[in-house]
Design a protein around this ligand. Sequence first.
Ligand SMILES: Cc1cc2nc3c(=O)[nH]c(=O)nc-3n(C[C@H](O)[C@H](O)[C@H](O)COP(=O)(O)OP(=O)(O)OC[C@H]3O[C@@H](n4cnc5c(N)ncnc54)[C@H](O)[C@@H]3O)c2cc1C
Length: 412
Amino acid sequence: MSSKSIAVIGAGVTGVTTAYELACRGYAVTVYDRNRYPAMETSFANGGQLSASNAEVWNHLSTIRKGIGWMLRRDAPLSLSLAPSWHKYSWLAEFLGQIPNYRRNTTETARLAVAARHRMREIGAREGISFDREDRGILHFYTSRTGLDHARRVSDLLAEGGVERHEVDAAGLRRIEPALTGTFVGGFHTPGDSSGDIHLFTTGLAAACARLGVRFEMGADVTGSATNKSGVTVRYDTRPEPGRRLPQSAEHAAIVVCAGVRSRALARGFGDRLNVYPVKGYSITVSLPDDASRRGAPQVSLLDDAAKIVTSRLGADRFRVAGTAEFAGENRDIREVRIAPLVAWVNRYFPEVCTRQATPWAGLRPMMPSMMPRVGPGRRDGLFYNTGHGHLGWTLACATSEAVAAAVAARV
Ligand SMILES: Cc1cc2nc3c(=O)[nH]c(=O)nc-3n(C[C@H](O)[C@H](O)[C@H](O)COP(=O)(O)OP(=O)(O)OC[C@H]3O[C@@H](n4cnc5c(N)ncnc54)[C@H](O)[C@@H]3O)c2cc1C
């Protein structure tokens, strides 16, 4: 146990789980975030899946072929503007360069996701966090034989990583989720997966952290940091009143960067290259106002692999639907052309659900070209990263935060 002071930059799901693991090891932790509350950026309204079954990385020729076809459709799951951007093209080049690591990275992601499941159950039980959790597994469904055949090959890789999932036929899909309407060739059910509300989980865990003595320095925009012999100086601005910035600084023994899509800029200041790209996604949270809607919405978390859409039932009267990968830089605009396909998808597969009240949201996945998070020490002493979790930040956070806390404990 140590009482040394550690700074965590970012109060999203990766920062809060990191703070928790460090506090459990006896460190005096301060979390810095530019927002007023935890989990206000990408950890706000994501797809809600804790999905080892979604561990397949995207660096595969079949995904790239599909992606090129999608670029020609305005409402496709992928949108890639061809406007010049060094960051985007360098990221895409590295993404292609990772194709040879597809098998290894998929298996490793599955292994991490299984480890995270166990740790999340322990934390949830110990801290009593309610987050509309559903433990009914995740159901992947397919409308084409090609999709199903590819999924069979993915199942073998997931099994190597310790993920158990079962193939089901069209009747089996309906048995597991009777609300699902349509014509399907089959699917896969992963009983060990679950779903819930990432914002409730992260804010609940932040409250548990505070009980353990973690200090939250909110409204603190970290502008830079410097490592020195005794540790790290964190420089940040607060805004005591509108229009005024108050520069401040604090000393810590070490720092862990969990800053989502801003991790790249912070890492650059430390001389590390972290090619995190903000891959935008969208969600709608559909309020289920009447009995017909509540009965007509699925309880089991779903993944439509062809449309790349995921769903989660959040308690009795909310239904979350998420998808889309948009390469448009750090842009958080909510575009109607991206929201409409999500609403249409609900109308198609769940016609009993009233979609009158669907709250739209957009978030930026902090994605590495390999789709593997960066977890562990940086180039300089006292500097660590737990970031770049892309499309699976919630699924993986409880494992990577343990790993980074162990790395800190080995050195600080
Ligand atoms: C549409 C969509 C659906 C998704 N669905 C799923 C899913 O079903 N399952 C799953 O596992 N994952 C999913 N994800 C991915 C997951 O939501 C993310 O990987 C995860 O939320 C990232 O968490 P984070 O802590 O890295 O980043 P964030 O939650 O963005 O947190 C980063 C924090 O750092 C702070 N910060 C940044 N820079 C600074 C600075 N300089 N100073 C102070 N503070 C700073 C920010 O304010 C922010 O609070 C989805 C993502 C999207 C967009």
